[in-house]
Design a protein around this ligand. Structure first.
Ligand code: ADP
Ligand code: ZN
Length: 734
């Protein structure tokens, strides 16, 4: 398979080829093409010093190296070569994010053992012989196998599904009632059928789906902003676009912001297309990753549902990318390659002639502006599906409430919850703070307990019986004595986290069943999924949660959302704070009233006149966006200007600051393009894992060649000792 490469892309045995490896080198290396030759794009194993490393044949050799010392490619891996469009995508992402190519290649090959032939494993299916003695356990095994038609299971899967031990299955194998076979681990994905009947769409939804389908059939790149309130049926609509892509024989990718989302989502996909799609996320096993990677490359995985890095899978013919909850900040990778999956999805689609659908109830200002400027099409769903209506939103003015000490549920909110309890409906209390209390204070000396490695407070987690740093994850036991002054028994929690809120709720509503949902309380995505399903089924009266609950989940019995601290996100100087708060509050409120019963959202606030709070209450989105856009325009910041962060870090604060100061002084390369540099200032997180961090912010006019200027600016730097520099194009906070 040449993967559509042109015929000129072949190198005869012995020809010089340049190979991009995953090793942190600043150039490609020359090798001789192996026996049998190789194509450009081929995945290869090459010798590097004493090691063998993974690489991709990038082009003809550069020939600037002593030919007699050039070694040969060791072997060509048995996977589809990297396509031209993928090489171009990696190159352009590298240019955009100022990332070295080896790091890009690592991102694109995150499937271990790429070239190994698929290993074999035992699978079990119906054997056709009746066992001589039928027990309940045996009957259950056979029932599972019959229920799933001809499907084969691994021993573990089968035993789990039937609720029996492995020996029961083995016993049935001996009898011939179950057949044991060898099967390659790379099981093909079941076929998805786009022509199964979907839900009957409303007029609004049909119009939206038609528009997405028409875009796809054009066969050309284009991006559509699919906007619609939570529960309007955006998912139903874009699944129709996925169906159309599959009908056209092209692959589709649905990006979701969080693993937690996929559980409910996958069942919806299965219901629509009759089988489960390929999944790509950090929780997947090595074997599963490799399977997805290979199948995507062969075109045998029609649909991938995944987290942001799925964008770097080697699709054979990608026709559609959905970015669900496109405004979500987790699309920005903050470690390693600093890219925003939403923006890179648009780039990738432009390269391979695919369509992009950005779906959101509360689009990012960037996407809103692109739609406003006519760069993106805009398709809107205006009402919730069926009888569901948007919740009524009201502020609770906390200045007028009488609050007991260490209490965060106002009398007004308490009455609303009691009312729901009496009616047998669910309430959600939302507080975007994990743990028991954000601050642990010594009442003797007034000091707070901080992390030893970061510029962050330790947060008490009673559930884990430990203090935890939310920056680096470090935990330690809750001390008896103050680490600063040694006073005994004087440490006290200050302020609420959701565990503490749960305590208050338990005391206030002793008869209620209370469920706490926070990412750190669940060991596995599966445990979390089960909890969410139980809540949706009505196994809780009051749900207490962080932003984990704000997204995507359907809780049909939920009719009240109480936001404990609507002002939380408005503090701080970040220019995006207003946008974030607006989005989060709308998302959370959207959890209420998704079925027949109307919902209500109550926002506890000390600043009911704040323009953002008023915009949230009024639900006047266009007005909010226009006001926000005007402010950003005046400040010359994204999306009306360009921005980059330069993060400098090192073990000592002094040298890091000195480097920053020197860089800010030598800014000729930036001034040439009309850019300004601000700082150095402590980075938003000033110390992480023992390293001091300083940030320079670069602001440039909209059309300016920012990356080129930054590259010229930092090229002459020689970083001494343990100093590090990373560039963050389009930083999340500014
Ligand atoms: P969104 O993605 O906009 O939040 P969803 O697509 O999740 O909305 O739809 C909300 C709920 O309404 C889901 O349970 C969905 O199955 C249901 N729904 C939406 N449209 C229809 C329809 N046309 N027929 C039946 N159910 C629908
Ligand atoms: Zn820490």
């Amino acid at each position: 398979d040449t993967g559509g490469l042109d015929s000129g892309g072949f190198f005869e045995e012995g020809a010089l080829v340049s190979v991009l490896t995953t090793q942190p080198l600043d150039r490609t290396l020359d090798y001789k093409a192996p026996e049998g030759g190789c194509f450009v794009g081929a995945f290869v194993e090459v010798p590097l010093g004493p090691r063998k490393v993974l690489g991709v044949v990038w082009g003809p050799g550069r020939g600037d190296f002593d030919r007699s010392r050039i070694r040969s490619v060791l072997r060509v891996l048995d996977v589809a070569p990297m396509r031209e469009e993928m090489r171009s995508f990696l190159g352009r992402t590298a240019d955009y994010t100022l990332t070295p190519m080896p790091a890009m290649l690592r991102l694109a090959t995150r499937a271990p053992g790429l070239g190994d032939p698929p290993s074999m494993r035992k699978v079990y299916r119906l054997g056709g012989v009746d066992p001589d003695r039928m027990t309940d356990a045996r009957a259950r095994v056979l029932e599972v196998l019959r229920d799933y038609g001809g499907l084969a299971f691994t021993l573990k899967e089968l035993a789990e599904m039937a609720g029996v031990t492995a020996s029961v299955v083995k016993g049935l194998v001996k009898q011939g009632a179950v057949r044991e076979e060898d099967s390659p681990r790379d099981l093909p994905y079941p076929h998805l059928d786009p022509d199964l009947p979907g839900k009957a769409l409303t007029e609004d939804q049909v119009r939206a789906a038609d528009s997405l389908r028409a875009g796809l059939r054009s066969g050309r790149y284009g991006t559509t902003l699919l906007k619609g309130v939570t529960g309007a049926g955006k998912t139903e609509v874009y699944l129709e676009a996925v169906a159309e892509a599959l009908r056209m024989g092209r692959q589709a990718l649905v990006l979701l912001p969080e693993i937690a989302l996929t559980a409910e989502f996958l069942s919806r996909v299965e219901a629509r297309f009759g089988a489960r799609p390929a999944e790509w996320h950090s929780g997947a096993t090595m074997t599963e990753r490799r399977r997805v990677w290979r199948m995507v490359g062969q075109g045998a995985a029609q649909l991938v549902v995944g987290a942001r890095s799925a964008l770097f899978l080697p699709f054979r013919d990608l026709g559609l990318i959905i970015v669900d909850e496109e405004h979500d900040t987790s699309y920005k990778q903050e470690d390693g390659v600093l890219y925003n999956a939403r923006d890179m999805a648009v780039l990738r689609a432009a390269i391979c002639g695919a369509r992009v659908v950005l779906a959101s109830a509360t689009p990012s200002l960037e996407s809103w502006a692109n739609a406003d400027a006519g760069k993106y099409e805009r398709v809107e769903l205006t009402s919730r599906f069926g009888p569901a209506v948007l919740p009524q939103m009201q502020a609770i003015d906390m200045r007028a409430e009488t609050m007991q000490p260490s209490s965060w549920i106002s009398p007004n909110l308490r009455r609303a919850v009691s009312d729901r309890l009496a009616k047998g409906e669910q309430s959600l209390l939302f507080l975007n703070r994990r743990g028991y209390a954000p601050v642990t204070l010594c009442r003797a000396c007034g000091q707070q307990i901080g992390c030893d490695h970061c510029d962050a407070r330790m947060v008490e987690h009673r559930f884990l019986k430990r203090l935890m740093c939310h920056q680096c994850g470090e935990t330690k036991p809750i001390p008896e004595t103050c680490p600063h002054c040694g006073a005994e028994g004087r440490l006290a929690p200050v302020g609420p986290g959701i565990e503490r809120l749960a305590e208050e709720a338990t005391a206030s509503f002793p008869e209620a069943r209370i469920a706490v949902l926070s990412s750190d309380m669940f060991g596995t995505a599966r445990a979390l999924k089960e909890r969410i399903e139980a809540i949706a089924a009505g196994e809780a009266d009051i749900v207490i949660g962080t932003q984990l609950v704000a997204k995507g989940h359907n809780f049909p019995l939920l009719t009240l959302v109480g936001v404990i601290d609507a002002d939380l996100g408005l503090q701080g100087s970040d220019l995006r704070a207003a946008e974030r708060t607006f989005q989060l509050m709308r998302q959370v409120a959207g959890r209420a009233g998704r079925a027949e019963k109307p919902g209500q959202a109550l926002l506890q606030t000390y600043q009911p006149e704040h323009p953002v709070i008023r915009a949230i209450l009024a639900g006047d989105e266009e007005r909010f966006w226009r006001a926000e856009a005007a402010e950003r325009q005046a400040a010359g910041v994204p999306p009306y200007g360009r921005m980059a962060g330069i993060i400098l870090s090192g073990p000592e604060a002094g040298p890091v600051f000195d480097l920053g100061t020197a860089m800010a002084r030598n800014d000729a390369a930036l001034r040439q393009i009309g850019a300004q540099v601000f700082g150095p200032a402590p980075a938003p997180i000033a110390r992480v894992r023992g390293r001091h961090r300083v940030r320079l912010l670069v602001k440039a006019p909209k059309g300016a060649p920012l990356q080129e200027a930054i590259a010229r600016w930092i090229a002459p730097l020689r970083l001494k000792g343990d100093l590090r520099l990373s560039v963050d194009i389009d930083p999340q906070s500014f």
